[in-house]
Design a protein around this ligand. Sequence first.
Ligand code: FAD
Length: 483
Amino acid sequence: MNYDVAIIGCGVTGAAIAYELSKYNLRTVVLEAENDVASGTTKANSGIIHAGYDPKPGTLMARLNRTGNHEAHEICKKLDVKVSWCGSFVCAFDENDDKTVRKLYERGLENQIPELEILNADAVHSLEKNLSEKVTSALYAKTAGVVSPWELALAFAEVAVLNQVELKRNFFVSKISKIEKEKCNPQYNSAYSITSKNGETVNASFVINAAGVYADDIHSLVAKPQYEIKPSRGQYYLLDHEAKDLVSHVIFQCPSNGTKGILVSPTCHGNIIVGPDAVSTEKDDLSVTKEGLSQVAALAKKSVPSINLGLSIRNFSGVRANSNIDDFIIEEVPEAKGFIDFAGIKSPGLSAACAMGSEALSLLEKAGLHIESKKTFIDERHHIRFAELTPEEKEKLTKENPAYGRVICRCETITEGEIIAALNSPIKPVSVDGIKRRTNAGMGRCQGGFCSPRVIDLLIKSGIPPEQITQDKNGSYIIMEAL
Ligand SMILES: Cc1cc2nc3c(=O)[nH]c(=O)nc-3n(C[C@H](O)[C@H](O)[C@H](O)COP(=O)(O)OP(=O)(O)OC[C@H]3O[C@@H](n4cnc5c(N)ncnc54)[C@H](O)[C@@H]3O)c2cc1C
C-alpha cells in the first residue's frame, strides 16, 4: 500500500502529528510496534504540562514547550482530555536555591512565559499548607497544568483515525529502504518502503520518525548515526485518593542531576504522584528498585514532611529519551530526503506535544509535501465519565442505557457502559490496561483486583478470544489453556 506520509511510533508525539495531518487530504499511516497507542514513555511520566521557564532559551524545547502549553488549553477542551491547570511551584530551601529560583524566573521571562512570580515563604505557605517550613521562596508558574498523558495521545490518535488516518498496530518497523519515487508517488522526490518484523510492507513518500527511545535505531535504518539515545529511568509512587488534599499545585524542588527535581503533585485523576529519580538504564528497563524508591521518598519528605507513602497504590517507572544533544532533534535527515526525525523527545515532550503537529507539517511542506485542507474534518471527541455526572444526569443515562447502571470498577466508579463505549471507540482496546487507559477502570486503590475479571469478560464479549487477551503488551497473556 502507498501513502504520502508514514509516522513511526504512536506515542504522544506521533499521535499529535497524525492528528495534524488528518486535517488535510493526505494518505497517512501510523506504524506502531505495540498493540496500543501510548505504550511507550507516554504512559509513564509525571503528566505535567510545564509552563516553560526551564528549557534553555533559543532551543526547540523552549519554543515548543511555550507553544504546546498554550495550544493544550484549546485542544484538551475540544478533544475532551482530562487536564487541570493547577500551577506549579519550584521551591527553594536555602540561599543557593533562592538564586536558582531567580535564574529560572529570568529564564522564563526570556522564554516569554506569562504569569510567573517569585513568592516569599509566607505567600507560598498560604497557598500550600503542607509544604515544609524550611521553604524560603518559590517560583510560581500559574500556567502549568496536569494532564492524562495517555488520554492526550489516545485523543489525538482517535480523532486522526476518525479522519481516515490508518493506524497499524503490532507493526514493529525493522527495515526501511529508499525506493524509486515511481514506486510510490511520482510527484514527490522521495520514497521509502518500510517493512515490519512480520514481513508486512508499506511505501511512503515521507517518513516521520517518532519512535521515542528507539528513534536512534530507526534513524540508523536510513542514515549514519547522528545522535545516540542514552535513556534514564525515573521511578514513582502513586498515592491513593485519600492523599488528594496533600498539595494542590505541582511542587518541584530546584532542578538537579539533569532532571526537573523530585515533585509531589496532584494528578488530573485525583491522586498524588511522587517522583521521579534519574538513573541511567537500558531502553526497555522499567523496573523499580528499593534504593531508588527510598531516595524518592526521602526527597519528597523534604518538600512535604507529612506525606504518607503508605498510601501508595502503585510504583512504576518511565524511561527518558535523553540524547547526546541537549535539545529535541527535529529535522529532515540530511542523507535521507523526506525522512524527518522527531528524536530525543525527553521532558518537556508531553508539554510540547500540542505544538508537534504544526512543527511536523511545516517541515513536511519544506521537504516538498503538498497539502490541501479536508472539508469534512471532524475536530471533536467526547466521552462519558459517569462518576462526574450529576445525580439527574446519572439517572437519565441509566434509564436510556442500563449498562451505565452496572459499576465494574468500584474504586473509580467506572460503569459497564463506559467500558462498552471504549470497546466501540475508533481504536478498540485489546488488553485490560487498554481499557484502563481509556476508562480508568483498574486505576484505583485495588489496582484491578476486583474489576479485572469483569473487564476480561467484557473483552471476551467484544469478540477477543480469551487466550489472546493480555494484561498490556503483546505476550502478557492472562488466560492459559489447562495442560
Ligand atoms: C520519568 C519521566 C517523566 C516525564 N515527565 C514529563 C512531564 O511531566 N512533562 C513533560 O512534558 N514531559 C515529561 N516526560 C517526557 C515525555 O513523557 C515524553 O517526552 C513523551 O512521552 C515522548 O513521547 P513520544 O511519543 O516521543 O515517545 P513514546 O511515548 O515512547 O512513543 C514512541 C512510540 O514508538 C513506538 N516504537 C518504537 N520503536 C518502534 C518500531 N521499531 N516500530 C514501530 N513503533 C515503534 C513505541 O512502541 C512507542 O509507542 C517525562 C518522561 C519520563 C521518562
